[in-house]
Ligand binder design. Sequence first.
Ligand code: SF4
Length: 426
Amino acid sequence: MSMPLRDPLTDLPPPCADAPRFGPSPRRATRQVRVGGIAVGGDAPVVVQSMTNTDTADVASTTKQVADLWRAGSELVRVTVNTPEAAAAVPRIVEKLAMMNVHVPIIGDFHYNGHQLLAGEPACAQALAKYRINPGNVGFGKKRDTQFAQLIEFAMQYDKPVRIGANWGSLDQALAAQLMDENHARAEPWDAGRVLREALIRSALDSADRAVALGLPADRIILSAKVSGVQELIAVYRELATRGTYALHLGLTEAGIGSKGIVASSAALAVLLQEGIGDTIRISLTPDPGASRTQEVIVAQELLQTLGLRAFTPMVTACPGCGRTTSEFFQELAKSVQEHVRDKMPTWKITHPGAENLTLAVMGCVVNGPGESRHANIGISLPGTGEAPAAPVFIDGEKAKTLRGDNIAQEFVAMIDDYVESKYGR
Ligand code: SF4
């Protein structure tokens, strides 16, 4: 008896019971921390934050950059507070931002002299929404514990949360040496990398526990333990996530410039976010000379949105183009559509809530164009080489119109605006 032929497309084996889960794991349970008006941790969405690179003492340029970062979507902005002049500038920056109707919590980044600056500028201590403390840079020798305690006391006095942010580049050397000694006594010593990762984790956790012992509630503490290597960062945060319920700030430190920084940060953070680890993120990019600081905000938003964790701005699906695309028109249209919706989003956020969930497709030819366009809310399939000079537009899976002539770009953008108006307008 002959065996029936098997159709490889339809005769699939039964699904495996332990097939990998689809989508991110549930968020790890953390204590929620209020930073100004923004909730971090608990059931709050993962928060996007950024940091200025201006001299904080320069009130005008710092105010402008904070406003730019906020307009780009940064929900928290950190500024360097390193000198008495910078500390004195903070309340003026916060006041100017309020006058501009920019209401973003400002975080002060302190190293070495934070205790003196907060003591010398009570208005700065009051104006900041959170203090960032690096346990490796609080002070040296016997002064370290005293100065750390002073910082925590200021946080309690002014009712502020803190981030205890350990960093590979400023690891608490005394703790690292202690753990190295303990490691030598192990029957099976760890490798040096694991000891250093443990030192970083312990530096953050021990400092947080010390802050709690001093009287700061645990729901006013966010932790971070940043390194510059992708695999090390994943290992550190996986471990940190198992050892407490403090809210976690994720970021790859010194990620680098250009595509290297974007890829490295995205690779590390995507793995952790997919595992439900992380309550707020910062993408630490080195901007190209003269480039806008806001790129780190856009990358952070796009990372969260492509993972399906949050929606910030309509997503444009575009094919890469190939030998079938006849001109640069297709690339220009994809770019102008992306820029158009990004420019519109701050207004739509208020006037057309939900528009951030819109999906768009700009495709270069008939091969995948109509199919991909049907999957989007609005999609256009441009004519490729040798195709009729017509661009069908699909709305919610149905062919709605065919655009022709010299004004395809303007007409397509107008259709997007009409769709947003009819679907999300109040
Ligand atoms: S949709 Fe067409 S133009 Fe775009 S990559 Fe595929 S074949 Fe090339």
